[in-house]
Design a protein around this ligand. Structure first.
Ligand SMILES: Cc1cc2nc3c(=O)[nH]c(=O)nc-3n(C[C@H](O)[C@H](O)[C@H](O)COP(=O)(O)O)c2cc1C
Length: 191
C-alpha cells in the first residue's frame, strides 16, 4: 500500500484546515460599530486565557483595533454563514454591517466593542501586544469575559455548543460540523 502513496509538493502556504472562522466586532472611539471576518484566529494560552487574531493593516478594522485595543470574537454558526462571508468581503468603510445584516449589537461587560447577539458565544478581548509579521499583524489578547447563550444550556446548565451548529472554514469553503466521533480522552477511557 505504502508504495502507492504519491504526493505533490506545494510551495509554502497556509494549509492548516479546517479552522474556526469568526466574526470580530469592534467599536471606534465615536461608538461606530464594525464586524470583520477572521480566519487567522487562534487559542494561544489556557492560563491566562489568551487568543490571537491576525489582521492586515489595510483593513478598515485594523486602525480601530490598534486605537482601542479591544475586540469581541463571535463564534459563527450555520445561520450566520451568510453574514460571516458578507463581513469578509464588504468593508465598514462603505457600509454598516450590523444594519445591512440585521444583526443585534449588545453591550459587552468589559470592553467597548459590541457582542453580536445572534452568535452563541462571544469572547471579549483586550489587546496585550501587536506583532507585525508581514502581510498580517498578530494581535495577542487577553480574554476579558465570555458570554454563552442560555438557549444552548440544558437543565444542568451544561452548554451544548453543537446545538448552535457551529461552522468551520476549510480551503476556501464554509462547512457544517459533522457527527461526534468521541469526546476528550475517549481513546484511553475504560467503559
Ligand atoms: C473566510 C474569510 C476569512 C478572512 N480572514 C481574514 C483574516 O484572518 N485577517 C484579515 O485581515 N482579513 C481576513 N479576511 C478579509 C476581511 O474580512 C475583509 O477584508 C473585510 O472586508 C474587512 O472588513 P473591514 O474593511 O470592514 O475591516 C477574511 C475574509 C474571509 C471571507
Amino acid at each position: 500500500m505504502a508504495g502507492e502513496m504519491s504526493k505533490e509538493i506545494w510551495k509554502p502556504g497556509n494549509m492548516l484546515y479546517p479552522l474556526p472562522v469568526v466574526m470580530v466586532s469592534v467599536a471606534d472611539r465615536a461608538g461606530k460599530y464594525n464586524i470583520i471576518t477572521i480566519g487567522w484566529a487562534g487559542t494561544i494560552c489556557t492560563n491566562p486565557p489568551m487568543v490571537s487574531i491576525s489582521v492586515r493593516p489595510e483593513r478598515y478594522s485594523y486602525s480601530i483595533l490598534r486605537d482601542t485595543g479591544e475586540f469581541v470574537i463571535n463564534l459563527t454558526t450555520r445561520e450566520l454563514a451568510f453574514a460571516t462571508d458578507y463581513c469578509g468581503v464588504k468593508s465598514g468603510r462603505e457600509i454598516d454591517k450590523f444594519r445591512e445584516l440585521g444583526l443585534t449589537a449588545l453591550a459587552a461587560s468589559e470592553v467597548g466593542a459590541p457582542l453580536i447577539g445572534e452568535s452563541p458565544v462571544n469572547i471579549e478581548c483586550r489587546v496585550r501586544q501587536v506583532m507585525p509579521l508581514g502581510s498580517h499583524d498578530m494581535f495577542l489578547a487577553d480574554v476579558a469575559a465570555v458570554h454563552a447563550d442560555k438557549k444552548y444550556m440544558d437543565e444542568k446548565r451544561r452548554f451544548h455548543l453543537e446545538k448552535a451548529e457551529p461552522i468551520v472554514y476549510s480551503h476556501g469553503a464554509y462547512l457544517a460540523c459533522g457527527e461526534q466521533l468521541g469526546t476528550f480522552g475517549y481513546s484511553v477511557r475504560k467503559n
